[in-house]
Design a protein around this ligand. Structure first.
Ligand SMILES: [Mn+2]
Length: 250
């Protein structure tokens, strides 16, 4: 377990995951602007991975729609904390420049009302899928980063087109679209290693609450707008409230 950064999550902070935004769909640009506007009062907004359907290094910033996302991120008044998922693990300085802070590659420990909570994207919990773990390691390797960062623009655009074709995407998910196979035993181990009593992840797209050893609890968020518990809000006393990110009142 790497030495994870610690982030204070004061009352009003919000955690969401798995938005899978696609720059080629103008409606997603608008959706993201409206979302950040809706959450403008949150002192900290955590996006727990797969913000984007795919993100292919610095040249992504030149692909359709990307500038609109980056501008919305820059305009957000609170602190935006970003943990990449498997879809956007190849993001880098181009995103950090808009965030104004480092990307938290391996997750972080959030402080909620004095408690230590572990926040991860959740794909690292799929330990039974060794082929996936190999791909994950490759995507996170320096070689892959070098390759993607140095590909000519037309190759990046071609790659993006192919990735896009292979992901039958919509921000509205069917429950069966979730990426599953997260291991509770490994979740328990990681929590103990990080001295955390609670764990929050995304990636599986469907809300779940699981009791682990010694009173520890593990939560999986619904993918953004895919269910009634797609957001964790920190309540006035520092407690966790699970509910819809976009309430019908706005
Ligand atoms: Mn994911």
């Amino acid at each position: 377990m790497p030495n994870l950064p610690v982030v204070e999550l004061p009352p009003g902070s919000v955690v969401i995951a798995d938005l899978h935004l696609d720059g080629e769909l103008p409606v997603h640009g608008q959706l993201f602007e409206e979302l950040l506007d809706h959450l403008a009062d949150a002192p900290v907004l955590v996006i727990l991975g797969d913000l984007f359907e795919y993100w292919l290094g610095p040249k992504q910033a030149q692909l359709p729609g990307a500038q609109r996302f980056l501008a919305a991120i820059r305009a957000f008044p609170g602190r935006l904390v970003f943990v990449p998922g498997n879809r956007d693990v190849l993001c880098g300085r181009e995103l950090e420049a808009s965030l104004g802070s480092p990307i938290l590659m391996d997750g972080f420990v959030g402080m909620l009302g004095g408690e230590r909570w572990l926040f991860l994207h959740g794909d690292e919990l799929c330990i039974a899928d060794t082929a996936y773990l190999r791909l994950r390691r490759a995507l996170r390797s320096r070689t892959m980063r070098f390759l993607v960062y140095n590909l000519p623009g037309f190759v990046t655009r071609g790659l993006a087109k192919r990735l896009r074709r292979h992901s039958s995407h919509s921000v509205q998910y069917k429950k069966t679209d979730g990426e599953t196979g997260q291991d509770p035993g490994f979740a328990d181990t990681l929590m103990s290693a990080a001295s955390c009593v609670r764990l929050v992840v995304g990636h599986a797209h469907t809300f779940r609450e699981t009791e682990l050893s010694k009173g520890k609890k593990w939560y999986v968020l619904d993918a953004f707008r895919a269910g009634p518990k797609d957001a964790l809000r920190v309540g006035p006393e520092g407690g966790a409230e699970w509910g819809p990110c976009l309430t019908p009142t706005k």
